[in-house]
Design a protein around this ligand. Structure first.
Ligand SMILES: *[C@@H]1O[C@H](CO)[C@@H](O)[C@H](O)[C@H]1NC(C)=O
Ligand SMILES: *[C@@H]1O[C@H](CO)[C@@H](O)[C@H](O)[C@H]1NC(C)=O
Ligand SMILES: *[C@@H]1O[C@H](CO)[C@@H](O)[C@H](O)[C@H]1NC(C)=O
Ligand SMILES: *[C@@H]1O[C@H](CO)[C@@H](O)[C@H](O)[C@H]1NC(C)=O
Ligand SMILES: *[C@@H]1O[C@H](CO)[C@@H](O)[C@H](O)[C@H]1NC(C)=O
Ligand SMILES: *[C@@H]1O[C@H](CO)[C@@H](O)[C@H](O)[C@H]1NC(C)=O
Length: 379
């Protein structure tokens, strides 16, 4: 869910590579991990266990449960046929990843009824960012919730009661992190490119702290997603601009995309660095930027008619997005066929787009080390 409270301030189109970026590029080369990681493993016959941390890109209903939101149709219409709390017409990328492991969709940690945590839990909450650190539902809070969940599960088992996941399950589980979009977008709403990039280190420090805390508590398998093509989101494109000089050949905002790429470069370097430090851990970094940009750049290949326009929104072409009249508004208009759209509501992708992103993740072409997600804990 969008977290842009601030109106956009015009930003400098001039963006030179900063000393910061140069520094991080040097780290990439120096610390690129050897692809000798053993990969993920489960007990013989055991099913995969996944714990996920993030924002609305992977929120399977947590925010709706936490806030008691009555999400209305057309959310969920393409697959679940009713709203589930996902901000999408159907499945999210993480749902497709769960399908590839033959496990049920992850239940939100905060969903009291109907949840099944035997295959893990989803701590992702719409609107979440890494900073500020101590607000609901920052990455730090999500990790604390996980530790609470783990302690309760192990406590139940120690009392001879059924806990959803045992110690071995926690050790062998896959820990996924997909966060940063709200941090980067919030900064871009009022700072220039150079100023935004200069503020990445504290964001990355939070992601590092999350991985370190999980590692210190026995987690060994990590899968970290970079952020997407922020400059191609109707939400950003609909912000009034003086002229189109910041648009690229696909109609996306260059400054936003450059910031997303810079963030991902730094995040990938962080993962490389942690892989070196945590020798007995597997840390896979997957860059979602090229995958999500490809949806726009190669739109005809995928059958997307209007890649920069929302399926569900308000205002009509070119973007059909109005921040005050969201997809949830009674006055929003909704397209007939979401599979022809990349953007569901201006911020979130359609199920059709998510399916392609998931396929790209499963290809491992965008990951390093190139471990196959679908080799993880096959039943
Ligand atoms: C998927 O899991 C179900 C149990 O939930 C099992 O019956 C089925 O055989 C599994 N499919 C594959 C392809 O492993
Ligand atoms: C879990 O991590 C926290 C924070 O790093 C640490 O204080 C705590 O001791 C760890 N618990 C275990 C069991 O390692
Ligand atoms: C377009 O706007 C940017 C600032 O937003 C400005 O630097 C640039 O000169 C403008 N270009 C034209 C052709 O007006
Ligand atoms: C478009 O698709 C082609 C073929 O799959 C690929 O080589 C190319 O990198 C894609 N373009 C972009 C911008 O992702
Ligand atoms: C959003 O829609 C309202 C109602 O039609 C309109 O007054 C407003 O100008 C629109 N906002 C933008 C940014 O187009
Ligand atoms: C929504 O539509 C109704 C009826 O068409 C209209 O009265 C109302 O002002 C609209 N609301 C907004 C926010 O545009």
């Amino acid at each position: 869910m969008a977290m842009d409270r601030a109106r956009r301030h015009p930003m400098s189109a001039a963006a030179r590579s900063s000393a910061f970026l140069t520094l991080w590029s040097a780290v990439v080369v120096a610390l690129a991990p050897t692809v000798s990681a053993a990969g993920f493993s489960c007990r013989g016959g055991a099913r995969a266990v996944v714990f996920n941390f993030g924002d609305s890109n992977s929120d399977t209903g947590g925010m709706a449960a936490a806030m008691g939101w009555r999400i209305r149709p057309p959310e969920g219409r393409a697959f679940f046929h009713h709203p589930t709390g996902r901000f999408c017409d159907g499945r999210l990328t993480i749902d497709f990843l769960c399908e590839s492991l033959n496990i049920s969709y992850l239940s939100p940690y905060l969903k009291a009824l109907g949840s099944d945590y035997s295959n893990g839990a989803n701590f992702a909450i719409a609107g979440s960012a890494t900073l500020p650190r101590d607000v609901l539902f920052s990455l730090h809070i999500q990790v604390q919730q996980f530790l609470f969940f783990r302690d309760r599960s192990l406590e139940l088992i120690s009392q001879g009661l059924p806990g959803p996941v045992d110690a071995e399950g926690f050790r062998n589980a896959l820990y996924m992190i997909d966060i940063g979009q709200n941090d980067v977008n919030a900064l871009l709403s009022y700072l220039s490119y150079d100023q935004v990039v200069a503020r990445f280190p504290p964001i990355l420090a939070e992601i590092k702290d999350a991985i370190q805390t999980l590692y210190d508590n026995g987690s060994r398998n990590f899968w970290v997603h970079g952020t997407g093509a922020l400059g191609c989101l109707p939400q950003k494109l609909s912000i009034p601009r003086k002229n189109d000089s910041d648009l690229d050949s696909n109609g996306c905002l260059k400054t936003y995309n450059r910031a997303a790429v810079a963030f991902n470069t730094a995040l990938g370097s962080l993962c490389d660095q942690l892989s070196v430090q945590m020798k007995d851990a597997t840390i896979v970094y997957t860059d979602l930027f090229p995958l999500k940009y490809d949806l726009i750049a190669n739109r005809t290949k995928y059958g997307f008619d209007k890649p920069l326009m929302t399926c569900c929104g308000y205002g009509g072409p070119p973007y059909n997005y109005n921040i005050t009249i969201s997809c949830q508004s009674k006055n929003a208009s909704v397209c007939d066929d979401g599979s022809k759209f990349v953007s569901w509501d201006g911020v979130h992708l359609t199920e059709a787009a998510n399916a392609i992103v998931a396929k790209g993740i499963l290809s491992s072409d965008y990951s390093r080390p190139k471990i196959k997600f679908d080799q993880f804990c096959k039943v």
